[in-house]
Design a protein around this ligand. Structure first.
Ligand SMILES: CC(=O)SCCNC(=O)CCNC(=O)[C@H](O)C(C)(C)COP(=O)(O)OP(=O)(O)OC[C@H]1O[C@@H](n2cnc3c(N)ncnc32)[C@H](O)[C@@H]1OP(=O)(O)O
Ligand SMILES: O=C([O-])CC(=O)C(=O)O
Length: 382
């Protein structure tokens, strides 16, 4: 057995997958062979879910049937709503509320008794989870505002319905399309930390609720999905400080602080998703407040041109521009990472199912560096 230590599993191949592929030097991302740019511009999030879960793009009737089925599964049990209300009153963080909600959905799963080997049943359960996440999240936000939740509208697509449940108002086309595109861009990304977490859980043949709950937990950290919230907080810190953004960045880099939204384990160049989100941020800025777009692009130009971060392979990742897009859509900052989870649930479920088709327990090992020959001394004699 090879004894090479690959800290953080960097570059280690642990599975084969048809789902998504990243070229980190070219800045290219594909889902099942389709360029992310084409999907983001031409498909809906539901189409992308179908592609990830069923292996091909749907026809018109197939998509309608699939989207309708998901729309009918959006409602969550009153107990889940009551829990969201209690967590909002307790000032819980939205990612923690979501983690609790997903775990709790399983109590109301109609196919709870299904055999773990029944992958069709697992997919149906995964579809229910994906349909319900937006409802639980929007309810949590409404309770925080002291408002009642808004019932899902089955006539709206998943993206538009989430914005509707969040605000109580039908979003305009620009907001709905922008949000739908953001969901597509976040749906899958190879064996990132949260997807791998879900796969490890799924490899024990634990249920899909456990796998998705674990995915939410792993995504919440600031080195992963949590960075989108951090980006916006940094932008606001810069704005409130009244400093020139470049002065702030200069100080931060001199102090050795990491810039959230920069750097990636796989990309050595700008993330293709960041390019698309930057375009959307610009469009929204052209029709509204351009402050955040200006600060982000100024920081990017400075870090890449003056500080030469790109030469070191540190470029904007997907989180760098999503914050300013969500901010312009009026979404609360601490909902950014939960929104990432709302989308990525599709990828977690797809990877768990794909892996379980030819399952092998994931169980790596650590090189032992502790001592070998301690003499045990009973408690009373220590
Ligand atoms: C959706 C996502 O999960 S995308 C990633 C979201 N996370 C962030 O944006 C947080 C900021 N970025 C980071 O912390 C890192 O780039 C990570 C964790 C994403 C990837 O890190 P790794 O692949 O483990 O790279 P590692 O941490 O070894 O960094 C390599 C070098 O780049 C530097 N570096 C990496 N990211 C940054 C950054 N954001 N700002 C400044 N320097 C950075 C490191 O200091 C290190 O430099 P050194 O070799 O001189 O010590
Ligand atoms: O791939 C990664 O490591 C992180 C990332 O960009 C994602 O999960 O979307």
């Amino acid at each position: 057995m090879a004894d090479d230590l690959k800290k953080g599993l960097e570059g280690v191949l642990v599975a084969e997958s048809d789902l998504s592929s990243i070229d980190g030097d070219e800045g290219r991302l594909i889902y099942r062979g389709y360029e992310i740019e084409d999907l983001a511009r031409g498909a809906s999030y539901e189409e992308v879910l179908y592609l990830l879960w069923h292996g091909r793009l749907p026809g018109e009737d197939e998509l309608a049937e699939f989207a309708d089925a998901m729309a009918t599964e959006r409602e969550v049990d009153d107990d889940v709503l009551a829990t969201m209300e209690r967590l909002a009153e307790a000032d819980e963080r939205p990612m923690a509320a979501l983690r609790t909600a997903v775990s709790m959905f399983s109590a109301y799963e109609p196919e709870d008794e299904a055999d773990p080997d029944d992958l069709e049943a697992t997919l149906r359960k995964g579809r229910r989870i994906t349909a319900k996440i937006p409802t639980a999240l929007a309810a949590f936000e409404r309770y925080r505002l002291g408002e009642e939740p808004v019932d899902p509208d089955p006539d709206l697509g998943l993206a538009a319905n989430f914005l509707y449940m969040l605000t109580g108002e039908q979003p305009d086309d620009v907001a709905a399309e922008t949000f739908d595109q953001a969901l597509i861009l976040h749906a899958d990304h190879g064996l990132n930390a949260s997807t791998f977490t879900s796969m490890v859980i799924g490899s024990t043949m634990a249920d899909i609720y456990s796998a998705v709950t674990g995915g939410v937990a792993a995504l919440s950290g600031p080195l992963h999905g949590g960075a989108n919230q951090d980006v916006m907080e940094v932008l606001m810190e810069i704005d409130e400080s009244g400093k020139d953004p470049l002065e702030w960045v200069e100080e931060a880099t001199d102090e050795g602080r990491r810039i959230p939204g920069f750097g990636h384990r796989v990309y050595n160049v700008k993330d293709p998703r960041a390019k698309i989100l930057q375009e959307r941020s610009k469009e929204l800025a052209d029709n509204g407040d351009d402050k955040w777009y200006e600060i982000t692009t100024t920081i990017e130009d400075y870090l890449t041109e003056e500080k030469g971060l790109v030469e070191k392979g540190i470029a904007p990742n997907v989180d760098f521009y999503s914050g300013s897009v969500y901010y312009q859509l009026g979404i609360p900052i601490d909902m950014y990472t939960p929104i990432f989870a709302m989308s990525r649930a599709g990828g977690w479920i797809a990877h768990v199912l794909e892996y379980q088709e030819d399952n092998r327990l994931i169980r790596p090992r650590a090189r032992y560096t502790g001592s070998e020959d301690e003499e045990f001394v009973p408690l009373g004699e220590r």
